[in-house]
Design a protein. Structure first.
Lengths: 112, 114
């Protein structure tokens, strides 16, 4: 069966520090991968999605970037965090022919 | 511009009664709709979905209804249980078999009172 791992679960970082969140998927190959953010009291906003290695699409301009160095690995990064980057970050995967996406447990990021 | 809207941020229902969560969309290209359930500090979990070729899909206590002409869908939970208390997200996709991303609503917090 397929599983998705996302870490860390919580993170407190100072303004201006770098960020690296990692997500890996097991039990499937060539998944579509996604990074979402849920800001406090708001819905899920798509940040990036990827249909293959080194193929990244950005949905909103921001202080973040994403990379997919391996088929089942998706990384969310920032060189310098802003206070507004605080939120709940979710990684998800979807099979090419499957309609629904499956989410990781999420990372609570607090920028102080 | 929000393409998927959940206008009720919260809903309280008595245990055993019906919970009805609503969702409206504006993009007529959406052809696949999903409901997710989310507990605090956890990722959303898939609940139920419906394709635009149907107007109803049922799975146990959960039923999703789709009204394409009104661009409206709803999730019915009968009977509601305290464990159903969570945030429910409506999502839509323009192509069920592609890499197209899901567009989510802002969520509705359901509280089922014992």
């Amino acid at each position: 069966s397929q599983t998705i791992h996302q870490w860390p679960a919580t993170l407190v970082q100072p303004v201006g520090s770098p960020l690296s969140l990692e997500c890996t998927v097991e039990g499937t190959s060539n998944p579509n991968l996604y990074w979402y953010r849920q800001a406090a009291g708001r819905g899920l906003q798509l940040l990036f999605y990827s249909i293959g290695i080194d193929q990244i699409s950005s949905e909103v301009p921001q202080n973040l970037s994403a990379s997919r160095p391996q088929d089942r690995q998706f990384i969310l990064s920032s060189k310098k965090l802003l206070l507004s980057d605080s939120g709940f970050y979710l990684c998800a995967w979807k099979g090419v022919s499957v309609g629904m996406a499956f989410f990781g447990q999420g990372t609570r990021l607090t920028v102080v | 511009d929000q393409q998927v809207k959940q206008n009720s941020p919260s809903l309280s229902v008595q245990e055993g009664r019906i919970s009805i969560l609503n969702c409206d969309y504006t993009n007529s290209m959406f052809d696949y709709f999903l409901w997710y359930k989310k507990y605090p500090a956890e990722g959303p979990t898939f609940l139920i979905s419906i394709s635009s070729i149907k107007d109803k899909n049922e799975d146990g206590r959960f039923t999703v209804f789709l009204n394409k002409s009104a661009k409206h869908l709803s999730l019915h939970i009968v009977p509601s249980q305290p464990g159903d208390s969570a945030v429910y997200f409506c999502a839509a996709s323009g192509d069920s078999g592609s890499a197209r991303q899901l567009t989510f609503g802002s969520g509705t917090q359901l509280t089922v009172l014992p």
